[in-house]
Design a protein around this ligand. Structure first.
Ligand SMILES: C[S@@+](CC[C@H](N)C(=O)[O-])C[C@H]1O[C@@H](n2cnc3c(N)ncnc32)[C@H](O)[C@@H]1O
Length: 356
């Protein structure tokens, strides 16, 4: 989940907030975050066609399965296990002898997902690490795979939780690390990042048309007062557009707001904080060595910078004989899928196949 040509504006498909008593914590806002108190609520929300808060709906599942073509006995690497939605669709296709190896750099989510996939425990191994280190994972797991999947970016669980700092929609600490055990937070990055570097990132990683202006605004703002909370950053971007939180809210209510002015900035900062492009480059480089003959790779990306890298790597791979075929065009979600899951609107799926 990544974000996208960024996160869609306030989400029609989210559940209404819990209104019982002025909830102050994210966990109190939605009944489905307290399933022990509201048994059956998650299933109920799904039956109503909604997306339970804090859960993740896998994207382009049928198309991913068609691209990866998992068969009984296959060993599949899911580089971005997330909530395990794609994994849960793949596992029944490869059992009983097959195995799925799941990677996620978010150890907390990984633990929850392992519990969710407990029925497949004998066929699943997980690694809490970045897929930048995919070759070490591969060497622990027998060296090669029949299929590799990467569904890039952040999950809805990460995005929905203000404490993670990924969202411009709610106040929280400016963290944005997928792996909270290590690395610089967004707060620390924004405190010292060079203005020109930040402007390049806003342009290259998020197609921000006002990159130079926003980078300048951030550097000027941090000289006055450190940016510590997500709403500190949102306010700086809004101010650069001549807006305030309340004038933006009023504009949104009138329905003429369009994309949130801070959405691209949040995307670029998140990508910088997590070194996402470097990890993707490493995966793309390693993949042909890690696939068995006839092996398939599928990558779901959520913005043009990612998609361009995937396209070039697959195209060069085909030209150099590392792959024998690739998708001609990115595969996009249908109107129906996008309607029920707005995150799907920016998803682009590409695949490639190694010669048999
Ligand atoms: C879009 S979600 C994947 C959702 C998953 N396909 C599903 O169906 O539930 C992306 C996940 O990848 C993880 N992730 C992103 N970049 C990563 C990286 N470089 N290494 C490992 N995990 C990564 C995130 O922590 C997040 O859990």
């Amino acid at each position: 989940m990544s974000i996208d040509d960024p996160v869609p504006p306030p989400d029609r498909h989210r559940r209404p907030r819990y209104t019982g008593t002025h909830p102050r914590r994210f966990g109190d806002k939605y009944k489905e975050l307290q399933p022990e108190r509201y048994p059956g609520i998650v299933e109920h929300v799904r039956q109503q066609g909604g997306t339970p808060a804090g859960s993740h709906v896998p994207i382009l599942v049928g198309e991913v399965l068609a691209a990866l073509d998992p068969n009984p006995g296959d060993v599949v690497l899911d580089c971005t296990l997330g909530a395990g939605g794609h994994a849960a669709a793949i596992l029944p296709k490869i059992l009983p002898e097959g195995r799925l190896v799941g990677i996620d750099r978010d150890a907390g989510e990984l633990e929850r997902t392992q519990a969710r996939l407990a029925a497949y425990a004998d066929s699943l191994t997980v690694h809490a690490t970045s897929f930048a280190w995919v070759e070490s994972v591969a060497s622990e797991e027998g060296g090669a795979f029949d299929a590799i999947l990467a569904d890039l970016g952040v999950s809805s669980m990460q995005l929905d939780d203000p404490e993670r700092g990924f969202s411009y929609k709610a106040d929280g600490p400016l963290d944005m690390r997928m792996d909270r055990s290590t690395g610089r937070t967004a707060q620390h990055l924004l405190a010292s990042v060079d203005e020109a570097h930040l402007a390049d990132a806003l342009r290259d990683l998020a197609d921000e048309p006002e990159a130079a202006k926003f980078a300048r605004a951030i550097v000027e703002a941090r000289a006055r007062k450190p940016l510590v909370r997500t709403l500190d950053l949102v306010r700086v971007i809004l101010a650069a557009k001549g807006l305030t939180l309340s004038s933006w809210k009023a504009k949104s209510r009138d329905g003429d707001a369009g994309l949130h002015p801070a959405s691209r900035t949040f995307q670029a900062v998140r990508i910088l904080v997590n070194g996402e492009m470097d990890a993707l480059d490493r995966l793309l480089d390693a993949a042909p060595r890690l696939l068995r003959p006839g092996g398939r790779i599928a990558i779901l990306s959520f913005h043009s910078g990612e998609d361009r890298r995937v396209k070039i790597a697959f195209r060069d791979g085909v030209r150099g004989g590392l792959y024998e075929a690739m998708s001609d065009e990115p595969i996009r979600a249908s109107a129906a899928e996008t309607k029920s899951n707005p995150r799907a609107s920016s998803a682009r799926l590409r695949w490639a196949r190694k010669p048999a």
